[in-house]
Ligand binder design. Sequence first.
Ligand code: PSU
Ligand code: MN
Length: 280
Amino acid sequence: MALESTIITHGMPYPDNLKFANKSEEICRNAGVVPALIGVIDGCIYIGFSFDQLAFICNNKKNQKISRRDLGLAITNRWSGGTTVSATMQISHTVGIPVFSTGGIGGVHRGFNSVFDVSQDLLSLKETPMIVISSGAKAILDIGKTIENLETNGVIVLGYGTNRFSAFYSRETDFKIQRVNAVKKIIDTFKNHRSLGLTSSVLVSNPIPKKYDIPSQKIEKNIEKALKKAADLKIYGKELTPFLLDNILTLSKGSSLVANQALALNNVKLGAKIALALSN
Ligand code: PSU
Ligand code: MN
């Protein structure tokens, strides 16, 4: 199963990120699944890091955030850094790994009408046939527009044990999606979708465990403060998402980090079950 690395290089501070990466790999191995943590060191794409490489990438001050469009640049200029959902999907699909687990996908940003910011993750979900497990889309986004984009682009969205789309730190939003209760249904849906020659992904929205849920009213104030700061400082493009996550982490006094890790590890658990069942 594929795992992304921007969550490690740009989503969590050191050494929490290293502990998180180790834990993710351990969950996979205990489930009988080979973890493929994907990232770039010195312009080389790695599908699985050694112990030393992982330690390096977790604490490298020059890490780049590498999305799908950056891959050619990263190789040419010998960058090191984390691959986003879009870059990780591109690499996984190229080498034949069909299942990928992450925290939250990128999507349509708030204020889209003026800033036109849509994550490449949505393009990759449209164009790359995989099963992607996430806790919905990040709460910093415009969830409604993100859902509409997924529908337009033919991405199947399944709610694991729920008929509501998740918003990362919060279990539920008002947006209805197709509920699925069993791993087998996810796999059958993917196979039937593929049998028709369709090349978009199946996105599984797996809610954050109840214990770690942060109700949206609670996190919303912090999101709005972070968005205002980003606008004041004219932060845009690929810098925006890491800036927002970092500011929310500070504003929430670390509780967003705990939630982020809990949901991402929970997604690894579900992803490993899916990967194992698919390979069997
Ligand atoms: N979720 C996190 N932290 C992150 C990301 C997601 O908790 O850093 C990353 C993912 O790698 C995702 C990327 O693909 O943010 C999206 O960035 P953008 O909005 O610039 O497309
Ligand atoms: Mn963007």
